[in-house]
Design a protein around this ligand. Structure first.
Ligand code: FES
Length: 157
């Protein structure tokens, strides 16, 4: 069941669109639920589709397309690392290998302490700062080196 608070927030989003275009609020609605719960379960996605009166598959397509949506627990810090061409040309692979070793996880896994989750990302449109990561979909760190990455992680502890 969606919380009253979430429903109120989704209702605010729905006001931006005509009554017969509730589907337009699906991204915002999913963001609201993810912010409340930390990540999106299949049940959450289903509840959003019911609330917006759209097919469940329509909400599922959006939730599985965008990198910002998490379909499982991503812990305290979700680190998204770009592995597209510009970043790879600037040693992203070394960085990725370092991250995997440092946290003892692979992509789409959570560290044993529940703090760090590693996600492979497509180009983030900031190739001039390659290689780069985002943390929790917000903070972007560019021109990374292994030392710079370690400093960032140290700052999070
Ligand atoms: S290739 Fe990494 S940001 Fe574009």
């Amino acid at each position: 069941m969606l919380s009253i608070q979430s429903k109120n927030k989704i209702d605010q989003e729905l006001k931006k669109y005509p009554d017969n275009q509730k589907k337009s609020a699906v991204i915002a609605a999913l963001q609201i639920i993810q912010k409340e719960k930390g990540w999106l379960s299949n049940k959450d996605i289903s509840l959003v589709s019911q609330y917006l009166e759209i097919p469940e598959i329509a909400a599922m397509e959006v939730a599985t397309f965008y990198n910002m949506f998490d379909l499982k627990n991503v812990g305290k810090y979700k680190i998204s690392v770009c592995t597209n061409i510009s970043c790879m040309l600037r040693d992203a692979e070394k960085l990725v290998n370092h991250m995997k070793k440092k946290f003892d996880i692979d992509f789409n896994e959570l560290s044993k302490d529940g703090k760090f989750y590693l996600k492979e990302s497509e180009c983030m449109g900031a190739c001039g700062g390659a290689p780069l990561i985002t943390i929790n979909n917000h903070d972007m760190y560019e021109n990374l080196t292994i030392d710079k990455f370690d400093e960032i992680i140290e700052g999070l502890k």
